[in-house]
Each structure stands twice: as C-alpha cells, then as structure tokens.
Write a protein that binds this ligand. Structure first.
Ligand SMILES: [Fe+2]
Length: 340
C-alpha cells in the first residue's frame, strides 16, 4: 500500500470518527437539559447594536434580602413531540424552586409543538406544568409561537397557562415597592407576518402603585427591532403578507396613541432561535436556514443581551425542531432574576 493511500485512509477514518462522535453528541444533548440562572438588569443605553451581557451569575442571597425584583422560571420552544426532558422532572424542579427561594411566575415563551396536528402532546405536557404551578400557588403565563398559529384556541386554553396575548398582568416587586408589568405578544408566523404593539401599560396603577418595569414576552427576538415603530404605528404588516386579520390591525392602529403614555418595554424574554440547535463553526444555521435578523446580523443567539433600549434574555429552548438532535446547543430551563 502506497503512502498516499495510507494518508487517504487515515483522513477517511478521522472524518468517520468525527461524524460518529457528532451524531452521538447530537443524540445525547437533547436528553441533557441544563437548569441555569440568568440576571436580567434594567437597560442602560439606547444603542441599536446588541451587546452580550454576562449570563449566569447565580446570586447567592448572603444577607437574606432579595436583590432582584422578580424571580421567574422561564422556558421556551417546548416542541413537545421532540422534547426529551421528562415532565416529571420538570414538576419536581418547580416544586424544589417553590420551596427554596420561591418563584414569582413560571413563564412559557411559545412553540408548543412542531406540528399543530400533534397539539395534544403539548397540551398534556403543559397542563401538567400548570397543575404543579396551581398546587404551589405560582402563576403560569405564556404566549404562542410561530409553530402554534394553526392550533385551535381551545387546545391552547387546555395548556393551562394564562395567555398574555394583548394583555398585561402585574407582579409585586420582591423589594416591596411597586410592581413589574408582564405583557405578551403572539407570533403570527413567518408566512403572513404582522407585528403588533404590546398592550399599553400605565406607569402607575389606579391605586398609585408605581410600575417599575415592563417585561415583554415575545417569541421571536426580532420583535425588538420593530418596537419603536410599533409604539408609533400600532401594527406593522410585512410587505409579503397576503392574509391577515385586518380588523385586528385597524384596532391596533387606533390604539397606537395610547402607547405614548404607556410604560415602555424594558425587558424582553424570547426564544425561537434554539441557540441554532445544530451549531456549526461557520454559522450556516443562521445564514442559510433561518431568516431571522438578530442572529444573522448581530450574533444574538442565546443568553443575555442589551440593545434597542431593552434587556433581552434569549432561551435556547427545551425541545427541538425537525429532529430530536442538538449539537453545541443544549436545551435549557432558566431561573431568571429580573431587576427593575
Ligand atoms: Fe421553536
């Protein structure tokens, strides 16, 4: 055997080993969810360029006083058919956190399933989360994602979370003064994209309680890029959109004047990007497979960022799209500590 044949065989063997290792890793990752922590502070600047912030700084409660205003458990992109995180473990996690430092809310960022025909799998999973939240007296909020557009409303209701579409709720700050508003927008999907302004949140409640921050739950982080225009216009219809709810758009435009008096969005919780799900060194998953702007143009992929006047936590999600495979993007459930 010649030297060149030997070298060729060696290269083929090495490539085969790398491919097998990646496949093993790809199958292992979806089954190994990370439970992590993130601090989400109030935004400082208004620059449109996004800056990554430190992600996991599990703040120990040294003096017994909470330093943050809210402590929430956040997860996104369940895609229940291809979710490998056992719901029983999830129930135990919520119970453990509730008994420990407590949770002010459990929040779901959208994408119940891959295929709306499988909605029942997602409903079963999320309704168990809702039940454990109810037992522990923790509110459970959520919005729908782009994969949920065709799921009938009764199926979404059966998931058991309070859908924050077009509404806001308030949560008492742990520091004792004021409340934090939590708003949500639903995702209309890529096909017929319409961005709607979030519900108008007052800067003060009727009893004089101050609203210290406005946390928006938006499945797709690209939403942030449209926020300024949405305050002004109320709704943005993508030029390629063919079918949309004209009455809802008109209504949102008519309400737009309220946005100037409202408490602007300060913090955002998102998902949708899956941390790339299968990460490649050259970022092909963002340049070719996805059409979203923030991962492609600003390398906003997963973690904590600040840009466009908001602080963003972008989850890698819990389930998977297309196949139960992840490479260098492990699924996550995150305890987010929110500072007003
Ligand atoms: Fe998703």
């Amino acid at each position: 055997m010649s030297a060149s044949t030997l070298i060729t065989l060696l290269i083929v063997d090495i490539l085969a080993i790398i491919i097998i290792a990646l496949i093993i890793r790809g199958l292992w990752e979806p089954r190994h969810t990370i439970i992590d922590y993130a601090e989400l502070h109030a935004p400082i600047g208004k620059s449109r360029d996004f800056v990554a912030r430190p992600i996991f700084m599990h703040s120990e409660d040294i003096d017994g006083i909470d330093k943050y205003d809210l402590r929430v458990l956040y997860f996104s992109d369940l895609h229940a058919e291809y979710c490998r995180y056992d719901v029983g473990l999830f129930e135990k996690l919520i119970e453990k956190e509730a008994k420990g430092r407590g949770l002010d809310a459990v929040i779901f960022g959208g994408d119940i399933v891959n295929d709306p025909l499988n909605a029942e799998v997602g409903t079963e999973y999320l309704s168990r989360i809702a039940a454990v939240c109810l037992t522990n007296n923790i509110p459970f909020y959520g919005v729908t994602g782009n994969h949920d557009v065709m799921i009938p409303k009764d199926r979404i209701d059966a998931c058991g979370f309070t859908d924050l579409r077009d509404k806001y709720v308030t949560l008492k700050s742990r520091k004792g003064e004021g409340v934090i508003a939590l708003t949500g927008v639903y995702d209309t999907g890529r096909e017929n994209r319409v961005w709607y302004a979030p519900a108008s949140v007052p800067t003060e409640l009727e009893d004089g309680t101050r609203v210290l921050a406005n946390v928006l739950l938006a499945h797709n982080p690209d939403y942030i890029l449209h926020l300024d225009q949405l305050y002004h216009d109320g709704a943005i219809v993508d030029p390629k959109t063919v079918e949309y709810d004209t009455a809802a758009v008109e209504e949102a435009r008519a309400r737009a004047s309220d946005n100037y008096r409202s408490c602007k969005v300060t913090h955002v919780l998102s998902g949708h990007i899956h941390g790339g799900q299968i990460r490649t060194p050259i970022g092909i998953e963002f340049s070719v497979l996805r059409k979203d702007i923030l991962p492609k143009k600003q390398k906003v992929i997963a973690g904590v960022y600040e840009g466009c006047g908001v602080s963003l936590f972008l989850s890698r999600g819990l389930g998977n799209i297309l196949l139960p495979l992840r490479i260098f993007s492990r699924p996550e459930i995150t305890i987010v500590e929110i500072y007003a």
